[in-house]
Design a protein around this ligand. Structure first.
Ligand code: SF4
Ligand code: SF4
Length: 268
């Protein structure tokens, strides 16, 4: 959202069944004006979708298109899109008249708009396991004048958000757990780097799994390892590994270090 009008926005609290009126299409006079001077936090799945769309490695995508930040209250790294250094601070993927050139793979936060998703901060603040939404009515956004009514649930389905939330749920779980144990738990710089690699730099994590001796520490069978060609499978595995490592929650038991293998590795 643009900085100069943030102060005018009064978010309207919504739940999944709340209705609102909205439609965005290339014919609106404000087309693409919401793609400038904004703060777009990227989820792990957003990064995978966009770097694959561009056929580049996740390290290259992170270096060229994003910047790291720390998520308030958790001290965990998050990734935001780097806006261009032009007059309007445009998103690198917006084109005048054409719109978003990665539309099919646009980030989750762009899909939600004008609905804001507050589940993460709400869960962190209230320690409640419930979703929380709000409607953002920015004066420049003419989509609210279009006669098209829907519920938040319908909007989420229409925008393909439910699948994204499902894939990102392991990441959100880690962030919320870290927040709720933050007074007793401090992550080392190394822990934060591992969190960053698993959640945001999937190609680097794949190299770590196969080239660092990682897979020799655990009893990972070949069938499982073969699945790691798939970014999403590897991401889910990574979330489970971080959960076992940081919070000692490992229902599958696969992250028990094999003592024999650990000894062999030490000898090596
Ligand atoms: S990613 Fe696409 S939809 Fe999102 S701000 Fe950039 S141009 Fe707009
Ligand atoms: S209607 Fe709203 S969401 Fe659509 S382009 Fe205009 S400002 Fe952006």
């Amino acid at each position: 959202m643009t900085e100069d009008i943030k102060a005018e926005i009064k978010p309207i609290e919504l739940n999944e069944n709340s209705t609102f009126q909205f439609r965005c299409h290339p014919g609106v006079s404000c087309f693409t004006s919401c793609c400038r001077n904004i703060n777009i936090m990227l989820t792990p799945y957003d990064i995978i979708k966009i770097k694959n769309k561009m056929s580049i490695d996740s390290s290259e995508f992170l270096a060229v298109y994003t910047e790291p930040n720390l998520l308030e209250k958790t001290d965990l790294p998050v990734i935001t899109m780097r806006m261009l250094d032009d007059e309007k601070k445009s998103c690198p993927f917006v084109r005048d008249g054409e719109g978003c050139i990665i539309y099919e793979d646009r980030p989750t936060i762009c899909r939600y708009y004008p609905v804001g998703f507050g589940a993460l901060s709400h869960k962190m603040q209230e320690n409640e396991d419930k979703d929380f939404f709000f409607l953002i009515k920015e004066p420049m956004c003419k989509g609210h004048l279009e006669k098209n009514e829907m519920t938040v649930k319908e909007w989420r389905q229409d925008q393909g958000i439910e699948e994204r939330d499902r894939i990102n749920s392991g990441w959100m779980d880690l962030v919320v757990r870290k927040q709720t144990t933050t007074t007793t738990m401090k992550f080392t710089e190394k822990s934060k780097k591992l969190f960053f690699m698993v959640c945001y730099n999937i190609d680097s994590f794949r190299r770590f799994v196969f080239e660092s001796g990682f897979k020799d520490m655990y009893n990972l069978d070949e069938t499982l390892l073969q699945k790691f060609d798939d970014d999403i499978e590897l991401l889910q595995f990574g979330f489970a590994w971080l959960k076992a490592m940081f919070f000692q929650i490992d229902p599958s038991g696969i992250f028990q270090v094999d003592p024999e293998k650990a000894e062999q590795r030490i000898k090596k």
